[in-house]
Write a protein that binds this ligand. Sequence first.
Ligand code: G
Ligand code: G
Ligand code: MN
Ligand code: NA
Length: 252
Amino acid sequence: IRLEQELEYAIERNQLRLLYQPKFDIRSGLPIGYEALIRWDHPEHGEISPLRFIPLAEKSGMIVPIEQWVLRTACLQAKRWQAGGRDPLPIAVNVSQVHLMKPDIYESILDTLEETGLDPRLLELEITESAMMHNEEHVIEILDQLKGAGISVSMDDFGTGYSSLSYLHSLPISCLKIDRSFIRKITTDKDSKAIAEMIISMARQLDLKIIAEGVETSEQVALLQELQCYNVQGFYYSRPLPPEQLEREQVS
Ligand code: G
Ligand code: G
Ligand code: MN
Ligand code: NA
């Protein structure tokens, strides 16, 4: 209860910040985009993981203003990188199920893009497979609107939910993110490898982009290359970093 109340003031008290984790093409070794990941610096408890406070925020409804703050901050950061002369790369933010179901989410996202001046083509929304399983017709309608505006949507944590092939086919998404639980065991467990392989070939058939999450070793990279999954995200390439550090390390 206490944390939940304190979260209400976290934005105005400047306790939230974003880290950015680059995504890479393993063939060129170059970054292809970034995912914004939230952190809460609590004055007494130190850094609190989103795994802990996002569920609280979803319960209280605070997730909506929090993710609006995330979106605005990430868009401004992307604009700043562009202004600094970097190649414009897409920036991804996570959108929770509670936020996705807000009736005015589309208008609110467009307002933020307009206010920050970010090209909608440089914005990606990551929505978990399980979040997309609620109220499927409504989800399709919202995603259609977003796509019409040039915003792309990725299905996050793919392989952990239960989307049917027909639903997957009817969703206007552009990318599947293979859940890191499969990648973790991809070189040691033949079932995990088989599942990853199946997801990769299905994505190809459905004309979807594919990215592997949680890549931590060179063995995993080599295997993914063999399976022709060339886009990756994970500690092997880069941890989520504060923007200043990302700039210093020139992965931006
Ligand atoms: O960065 P880290 O591994 O600590 O993130 C833990 C979890 O928190 C991940 O599942 C990540 O998707 C989630 N997360 C991070 N930022 C956000 C956010 O802005 N919104 C939502 N809904 N989830 C987030
Ligand atoms: O659920 P989502 O895909 O949004 O989660 C992103 C989270 O995954 C971030 O919190 C990030 O810290 C974490 N993450 C990113 N790369 C790796 C990795 O290589 N290994 C592990 N264990 N976690 C990772
Ligand atoms: Mn994500
Ligand atoms: Na994920």
